[in-house]
Design a protein around this ligand. Sequence first.
Ligand code: ZN
Length: 261
Amino acid sequence: MPRPPERASLGHAGPVAASAWSALADLVLPRTCAGCGLPGPALCRRCAALLARPHLASPRRFPEGFPPTVAAGAYDGAVRPAVLAFKERGRAELAHPLGTALALAVAAVVTAVPGPPPRQVLLVPVPSSAAALRERGRDHVRELAGQAVRELCAAGLPAAQARLLRRCGRVRDSAGLSAGQRRANLAGTFALAPGAGAVEGPLVLVDDVVTSGATLTEAGSVLAALARPGGPPVLAAVVAATPRQRRQVSADRLSGPLPRD
Ligand SMILES: [Zn+2]
């Protein structure tokens, strides 16, 4: 008796099917580097190398309370169109190279804090606004964080994504908050996610780009309520920073303390 043909399921496509799909996409879609536009992978080696330059981000106005932040590269040149292609033009395949760059920035900022290596690093994606999520149809920062977590774990640094922040527009009671927390509270942009409690490991805010530093400062001041007293400060890592007073993270800097909030 003839057997019915096996049903193909894209939902359970294995690595062979995935690579076949990728090969098919190569035939149908022209592949170009999102940075320089040359034919080839989503981000060519030359452009990816621009995101392997971890350095401390120094926003122009350096807002009070700006968390110690490492960027994987500078937000200029070929990096700019690559980030925009991922964020605004739906080139989701860039999550891999950009998330890998983010992992490098996370590792750099975490290892810059003196003390034994953490048992687990928690990556907290900066939440996008509801309007931006609707417009893009996806949460690109969570995609970056997910890829960065995979890279960090593969490199032997246990990491997880923790959605501890939510976006909001309401101002809550400011009693008992520090000056920085009050400022963030009044700005009313972020709040702790329901159920968010104190955590052990270092908290690393993650975002795609830092420019003025205001977003990371506000988000960091809200998140600080979860940090262990006497523990490491809330840290931040981004794919790219608007260049200004760039400083490479050198070996001697890694052994010394980072600037505190
Ligand atoms: Zn390129």
